[in-house]
Design a protein around this ligand. Structure first.
Ligand code: FMN
Length: 250
């Protein structure tokens, strides 16, 4: 059985994970809830967004505990610029002695939209061609045409990534809810780092945010706001069933 381990806050990586399952079979597993080391799988896929030219915290935390004998293939997706995230992942994989065979990157719609909202037509066109880009990668994998980054990661870049990652928790303090909040607590349920709770009838953001923006993007009332900004733009991948984001699919 193939293990398709994914992280996703707005569905792009889930769209890719589902295509991997369609092509190669296997089980789709949501990384933040996964406690294992991948030993139960013949082969492991990691499907992940790129954060700050690197890895989201749950994916970063998974790597050191993964079984070192299992073949590993990673598919990273990004909204604007991969910025050498593949080289960084390769570097960490080597550091932890993982049996990494291939790393592929592809563009999907941008979900880091706290400051800028991409034009809708652009998001639509990126989505329209997304299956083609995914298929191209899956064809390569099926033909064992494995790709690994040639460039080495620079120490300074690694340090910048780690510094950014070390500051992500601060973002939690910049979220709040406005009067549209109906206390449905969806944000509490979907937060991958259990950073949100209902305390004394109020939605409270604590300080272990991993900056995935899942709460902000997926609040049914658009009631979660960032730094009191009034932006109404929210992004969730329309090619997946939103309620499946964060779930395992066996
Ligand atoms: C905290 C954060 C950091 C991000 N950093 C990058 C980045 O460095 N480069 C980039 O092109 N996209 C970046 N993105 C955008 C996502 O990688 C991209 O939209 C991805 O497809 C989202 O996948 P998902 O829908 O599975 O969560 C970032 C998004 C977030 C939330």
């Amino acid at each position: 059985m193939i293990g398709i381990l994914y992280f996703s806050s707005t569905g792009n990586s889930l769209q890719i994970a589902k295509k991997v399952k369609e092509r190669f079979g296997g089980s789709i597993i949501y990384i933040p809830k996964y406690q294992g080391d991948g030993s139960e799988f013949q082969k492991i896929f990691i499907v992940t967004p790129i954060y700050s030219f690197g890895l989201p915290t749950p994916v970063f935390d998974l790597l050191p505990r993964l079984n070192k004998d299992k073949e590993l293939i990673a598919i990273q997706n990004y909204g604007g610029m991969a910025g050498g995230a593949d080289a960084l992942l390769f570097d960490y994989a080597k550091q932890f002695g993982l049996n990494i065979k291939g790393i592929y990157t592809l563009k999907m719609p941008e979900n880091y939209t706290l400051f800028l909202s991409p034009p809708k037509f652009y998001t639509k066109s990126v989505l329209k061609s997304s299956d083609k880009r995914i298929d191209k990668i899956l064809d390569k994998i099926a033909n064992e045409d494995y790709v690994l980054p040639k460039s080495k990661v620079k120490t300074a870049k690694k340090e910048t990534y780690l510094k950014n990652k070390g500051n992500w928790h601060l973002i939690g303090g910049r979220f709040s809810v406005n009067d549209n909040c109906v206390k449905c607590q969806k944000c509490v349920r979907i937060c991958p780092s259990n950073n949100i709770c209902l305390e004394d009838g109020k939605i409270v953001f604590k300080d272990n945010c991993i900056a995935c923006l899942g709460c902000y993007q997926r609040c049914p009332q658009k009631a979660i706001i960032y730094l009191n900004k009034k932006s109404k733009y929210r992004y969730v991948n329309p090619n997946v069933n939103e309620s499946e984001i964060g779930k395992d699919i066996k």
